[in-house]
Design a binder for this molecule. Sequence first.
Ligand code: ATP
Length: 225
Amino acid sequence: MRTAFFGGSFDPPHLGHIAVARAAQQALQLDQVLFAPVGLQPLKPAGSTAPFADRVAMTELAIANQPQFEICSIDAPDPANLAPNYTADTLIRLRATLPAATQIFLLLGADSFRTLPRWHRSTEIPYLANLIVAARPNEDLSNLAAHLPHGVSLTQLATPGARQHVRYLLRNPAGAQSYLYLLPNLNFEISATQLRRQIQGHPTRQAPLLAPPVLNYIREHSLYQ
Ligand code: ATP
């Protein structure tokens, strides 16, 4: 099994998320993409706008009838511990729930990838999962190495026949190895922040960048007003 973990606020989940997941699934022949809404994103201390339960419900609607996409509640908030969800811990817990032969990938948009050196235990993350980095408009990825955690080296590998991705070998001084797959040709000009503003300004206007059931959910629950 080849399983990608796709974490995020999904506040709300939009067609950019779906397009990125589909592109990764096709480029890397993933069996499964796990969409995991996060309780508290460490680098977004103000939290999300919509409650966790609504973000889960909207994400379920956004991925409905797409058999390779699944909801994953591993990053649900823990009422006994209101600490942020750290991806390194999540990947370790995810590994424990999956069969040993499963290959785990961490799917990230370019903006998230560029913050990787600031993540908790960031030097471990590339060795807990192979990385898939999706290009995003206005996010410069011309110097990938600059966004890698300290001590991680990067070597581009030949990928004959692969037009959708570029493969890199990652190595640390202890000799651990992993791969980073760059999806360079993605150009989805959609962000949740921009969508929330649109919905707030024009709650009744059709938002074409959301799946219709997600838009209906937002209206029925008066989210982002
Ligand atoms: P916001 O504008 O509120 O930050 P977002 O959609 O970027 O919203 P998340 O829901 O946390 O934020 O995104 C989850 C993951 O999807 C992140 O890794 C993000 O980089 C990636 N992502 C979201 N939208 C795009 C896009 N249009 N192109 C590429 N990656 C994206």
